[in-house]
Design a protein around this ligand. Structure first.
Ligand code: PLP
Length: 692
């Protein structure tokens, strides 16, 4: 396996070796219950007290509460519950309280969810108010000023987890003081700890939650600071541990590990100072600029943690970037929540007013303060390798130099599809249904191949064909479908090397295109393999295409890739196998390979993913069919005299599951996918080209 370069520290960090050692010591030598009064218990209690004192020293507080808990989500609940209980008591006692619970628009979801939950459970019925942020991601202080007279609780964060944007905590505090606002104030300090100095004693912050696993401690340990005098209600009651502030026997291994991290922070010399982290960021940013032309950083560096870079690249989805980075062993995260069909834009970036394409395609790269010169150099080298691979596969502009391509290619974006038909011999291609959002991608692909475009065709007459035609320097078609005039293509048949494309008009407003091997200047019906059908419904196709012709639509919203009238009729009849029959785990794959040594493993990842790294060997014959080329390959599999088992695999199991389902629907009974993908299984060393 390609050694991993972990750049997802804002999601969670690896564990500091000293923290692992401390946790092991706590389990092996100091395993007592700190509530026990014998020596073993007293030793555990000393560890707990020492950790608490160190945490308070580090946060610069002498008074107030500091309790260990399971992490920041719990700390946030405790803070919100405490403040809201106090508000309810004050209101019940006839005192005036504000009517609003105000939270920053870019807060971690735990904050608005906790506010809504406890507001409802406690029957407070206060109004949740989202505080806007400016284009830099910082709270709009004017909007805050306007809300403060009615604010009962204010929740802001010290640093944002997606963008690294640092809040103007001093500015907010100044406003609270200036207006004499008595609102309870929580500051989510999760991403700030260890990255800049927190001086909580000097501030009027009432609640500050922290999480161990964002700073080299294990998951499941965190802490909450509560200012002296701030209201407090325990979230968990029981045996009275943590001075009855948080019952339940303490997670001593976690406390010991967190204490080791805090000790490293206190002693210095382990974590890199701010200026060094800034130079690391500069180097990563420079590599990203070199590797990914047009890269845009979504948060200004001067207001952000040096350890977080959030960026978008024109023409590349976050899924594509994630796939290539992951294949190169670089772990980053998409700045937005992705579903298989469509990436949901990041609410954090949307709140900043970032354009939709950037909010939907953002990548977050975050390292920790333990990063060193060597790890940053390795990361930069890998990033540049990813850029080279994306260029070599035509995903980002490359002038010529792409390997020749033959056959059918599907390009998709958010459920819409464009289709390209290539002919390597004549170095030409045809584009069908160019989706506007895919124009740049198609142009980069065609230029990379150095092919001439014979036609840009639409299945509906109103489609915008001119933008792409102009970008590619293609003469406009003779009619509204982009079909070449008699002088160019002749009649209703367009020759493309040994293949031909026939246009069939369905009424005045729709066209479909049939593709198959030409016989002289004709395209016999029996030779047709693919039909590009735009949005035509099955009933419009009856009598026009054969039952087994592969139907390639302009929409892939239901993710069928391609279908056939036969497959659609079978699906309507409900004859299908259970999903479980499709998915193989590694053991089931081994068993299948034993039974069927002729089985073929089909790697559906894109070529740029192969270029940056390869998985370990396992055995079996492997071929590469990138997902977009599946429709081109299917007729060969379906037409084979013997159906050998096909096991599709990819990085995480999503793309391969879709491919296997598509084959099954089309009647290939021996199609499977490797559940969990390469992330969970070791696979053969080299994906051979299909011809091998
Ligand atoms: N707040 C912020 C800013 C975070 O980044 C996270 C974790 O992603 C949380 C809260 C929740 O922390 P935990 O995982 O400890 O519950």
């Amino acid at each position: 396996m390609t050694p991993e370069i972990y750049l997802d520290g804002n999601a969670t960090s690896p564990v500091l070796p000293a923290a692992i050692a401390a946790a092991v010591r706590a389990m092996e030598d100091c395993y007592g219950n700190p509530s026990s009064s014998h020596t073993t218990g007293l030793q555990a209690k000393a560890l707990l007290d020492g950790a608490r004192q160190r945490a308070m020293r580090l946060l610069g507080v002498e008074q107030g509460r500091l309790m260990f808990n399971s992490g920041a989500t719990e700390g946030i609940q405790t803070a919100v519950l405490s403040a809201l209980c106090a508000l309810r008591e004050r209101r019940d006692a006839g005192q005036a309280i504000g009517s609003m619970l105000v939270y920053g628009a870019t807060e971690h979801k735990a904050v608005p969810e906790a506010l809504a939950h406890w507001n409802r459970l406690l029957g407070l019925n206060l109004t949740l108010s989202k505080l806007p942020v400016d284009g830099d991601g910082r709270h709009d202080l004017q909007a805050l000023r306007a809300r403060l007279p009615e604010t009962a609780m204010l929740c802001t964060m010290a640093a944002n987890n997606e963008t690294g944007v640092l809040s103007d905590v001093a500015g907010i505090e100044g406003l609270l003081e200036e207006t004499g606002c008595a609102a309870y104030w929580m500051v989510d300090c999760v991403q700030a700890l260890g990255k800049f100095r927190l001086r909580l004693a000097r501030s009027r912050i009432d609640y500050a939650p922290f999480s161990g696993h964002k700073l080299y401690a294990p998951k499941g340990i965190g802490m909450l600071y509560v200012r002296q005098g701030a209201p407090f209600t325990p979230l968990i009651v029981g045996g009275g541990q943590e001075a009855a502030q948080r019952s339940g026997t303490e997670n001593m291994a976690g406390v010991a590990a967190l204490d080791a991290v805090l000790a490293a922070l206190e002693q210095g010399g382990v974590f890199r100072p701010h200026d060094v982290l800034c130079t690391f960021r500069e180097r990563l940013a420079a590599s990203l600029r070199r590797a990914l032309p047009g890269v845009v950083f979504n948060a200004a560096f001067e207001h952000a943690l040096p350890t977080t870079l959030n960026f978008s690249v024109p023409g590349l989805s976050s899924k594509e970037l994630m796939d290539v980075f992951d294949a190169a062993g670089v772990r980053v995260s998409s700045g937005s929540a992705c579903s298989a069909a469509k990436a949901a834009p990041s609410y954090v970036l949307q709140a900043m007013g970032v354009p939709d394409w950037r909010a939907a395609s953002a990548i977050r790269l975050s390292f920790g303060p333990l990063a060193d010169e060597a790890s940053i150099a390795r990361a930069c080298e890998r990033i540049e390798r990813c850029g080279a691979a994306l260029r070599a596969s035509g995903l980002i502009a490359a002038d010529g130099g792409l390997p020749a391509q033959d056959g059918v290619l599907q390009l998709g974006s958010g459920g819409a599809c464009s289709w390209l038909v290539h002919d390597a011999a004549s170095r030409s291609c045809v584009v069908i249904d160019p989706q506007p959002e895919l124009s740049d991608r198609i142009a980069a692909h065609v230029r990379g191949l150095g092919y001439s475009v014979q036609a840009v065709l639409g299945t509906t007459p109103g489609a915008d064909l001119t933008t792409l035609s102009r970008a590619l320097g293609v003469a406009p078609g003779a009619d509204a479908f982009g079909w070449p005039g008699a002088g160019q293509g002749g009649g209703e048949l367009l020759a493309l090397g040994a293949q031909a494309l026939r246009r069939v008009l369905v009424g005045a407003h729709q066209a479909l295109y049939l593709l198959g091997r030409a016989d002289g200047r004709a395209l016999p019906a029996a030779a047709v393999r693919h039909a590009f059908i735009g949005a035509l419904a099955p009933q419009q196709l009856a009598g026009v295409v054969r039952e087994d012709t592969l139907l390639c639509a302009a929409s892939d919203a239901q993710q069928p890739f391609c279908s056939s009238l036969q497959a659609q009729a079978a699906a309507a009849g409900g004859t299908g196998e259970p999903e479980s029959a499709l998915h193989l785990d590694t053991a089931a794959l081994q068993a299948l390979l034993q039974r069927h040594p002729d089985a073929v493993l089909v790697d559906v990842r894109e070529s740029h993913e192969h270029l940056v790294g390869l998985p370990a060997a396992l055995g079996g014959k492997v071929v590469s069919v990138p997902l977009g080329q599946l429709a081109g390959q299917i007729p060969e599999w379906l037409g084979a005299p013997v159906q050998v088992p096909l096991v599709f695999f990819c990085r995480s199991g999503n793309r391969s599951a879709r491919a296997a389902q598509c084959l099954r629907r089309l009647g290939y009974a021996q199609a499977y996918d490797l559940a969990g993908g390469m992330a969970l299984a070791a696979l053969p060393a080299a994906a051979l080209p299909l011809a091998a």
